[in-house]
Design a protein around this ligand. Structure first.
Ligand code: SF4
Length: 446
């Protein structure tokens, strides 16, 4: 057995050029992700999983049906024509199992989470971590705004060309950032990614500082596809001023707000939420009565939103130092979605991710390698620094205080409270059209 070294592109080349077939080990989200990225569904011959509840079952991926097997099926395949691709976070255990049981076979084994963060050159890095993320964000915006498939594809083609630029100029386009105006929250969620329950003395950032940071940030970049307002945004007293600024800022295409559904915004904020750029995700943590009020208010006022039900979070763990090696930190950083999407600023500093900003505010680490202060640099220097953060940075010290980018993940229920002051309702709110789809899907399965 030998481990494949190289990027996902090199793996695709190997499959295509040598006409190899793939045996995928792991049938979760990572498999879907691989198929989406590689378009190699036709080359997949067989699926394996360790979960006894899945073995023997059939799954359909697009129009191809597979039976899920246990590891012993490898006996039937020769290592000359077949490659193994591990599409699971438990790859170390799986490698060991294959090694122990099939040491007589010289399979080439590729690990999806590793080839997926291996880049052949800086252009590949840019394409995967900036361009693709910008396009994903842009696609979401276009869908929210009700464009049809043809219009979306046309606009995406134009946007891709703009982001890539030409030999003379590549604009600095950012997929998404998060601003963190407050550490206040009325909830105490276990697993809060923003660590808000740890703040003994939660504070608002002064609105003048936020506007100053916006001015600097937007003069340094060309476009930001989407901006998220972090914390519980409806608790921030000057949210109207943030929204007014962002609505009139042409360099921001969309504003995403995520609320825990228990705070009804003030009237002047409601007026601003009606703007086309704004989309609200209502997290259903079980407070049905308050959520219903918010839903009916947003419907009445024609505010765009959706309710996110039955969410799960990846546990980011406590804030203690893990003493990871540089290689582990690099893996963690590159494997973490937040390192691509949730960079952002807080109180005059730009951070590599929201966790980094919160850890610094809590005095847990100094964030020197993972942040910079806007006021220490000129606009052109800031542009360069932001560019480096997106186009070059491949490691962060903050990942030594966090488990989000490590594998395997630990999944936890979203919104479970430390202080049990809220009884979670057994019911939720589902959009009627979605409910009909659910009914049809369940009938199809019968
Ligand atoms: S600290 Fe590292 S793993 Fe955690 S959210 Fe930030 S980039 Fe991701």
């Amino acid at each position: 057995m030998s481990l494949f070294q190289g990027s996902i592109n090199k793996f695709i080349e190997l499959v295509k050029n040598d006409n190899k077939k793939i045996i995928c080990y792991g049938v979760g989200k990572m498999l879907d992700n691989f198929i989406y990225k590689s378009s190699l569904l036709e080359s997949i011959e067989c699926l394996i999983d360790s979960d006894i509840n899945k073995i023997g079952k059939k799954i359909k991926i697009l129009d191809k049906e597979f039976c899920i097997n246990d590891i012993n099926i490898l006996e039937n395949y020769d290592s000359k024509n077949f490659l193994i691709l591990i599409t699971s976070g438990y790859y170390n255990e799986i490698i060991e199992k294959i090694y122990k049981s099939f040491s007589d076979k010289s399979f080439i084994v590729a690990v999806y989470p590793i080839i997926n963060i291996t880049y052949d050159n800086s252009e590949e890095f840019f394409k995967n971590r900036v361009l693709d993320e910008c396009i994903n964000e842009y696609r979401s915006l276009l869908k929210i705004n009700g464009l049809d498939f043809i219009e979306i594809e046309k606009k995406i083609d134009e946007k891709s060309k703009y982001i890539i630029g030409d030999s003379d100029y590549r604009p600095l386009v950012i997929p998404r950032i998060m601003i963190m105006p407050t550490t206040k929250c009325n909830f105490t969620c276990i697993g809060c990614s923003s660590l808000l329950p740890l703040f003994d003395n939660p504070q608002d950032v002064d609105i003048n500082q936020i506007i100053k940071d916006f001015d600097i940030f937007f003069s340094a970049i060309d476009e930001c596809i989407r901006i998220t307002i972090g914390g519980e945004p409806f608790l921030y007293k000057d949210l109207d001023k943030i929204l007014e600024y962002l609505i009139s800022q042409d360099k921001v295409l969309g504003i995403l707000m995520i609320t825990n559904s228990t705070i009804v915004p003030k009237n002047n904020v409601i007026e601003l939420l009606k703007y086309n750029k704004i989309y609200i995700e209502i997290s259903d943590y079980g407070h049905l009565e308050k959520m219903s009020k918010l839903v009916s208010l947003f419907e009445k006022e024609n505010i765009k939103f959706e309710v996110l039900t039955q969410q799960y979070w990846t546990d980011m763990g406590n804030t203690q130092k893990r003493n990871r090696s540089l290689e582990e930190l690099r893996f963690s950083y590159l494997n973490c979605e937040q390192s691509r999407l949730i960079k952002g600023f807080h109180d005059g500093y730009f951070y590599t991710c929201a966790r980094s900003a919160r850890l610094k505010s809590l005095g847990i680490y100094d964030a020197k390698e993972d942040s910079f202060k806007f006021s220490d640099y000129s606009v052109s220097e800031i542009r360069k620094k932001i560019q480096e953060m997106y186009y070059e940075k491949d490691i962060a010290i903050s990942c030594d205080y966090c488990d989000l980018g490590t594998l395997p993940n630990k999944i936890i229920d979203a919104g479970i409270q430390k202080k049990e002051n809220m009884k979670k309702s057994e019911y939720t709110i589902v959009k009627r059209s979605e409910y009909e789809k659910l009914k049809i899907n369940s009938k199809l399965k019968e």
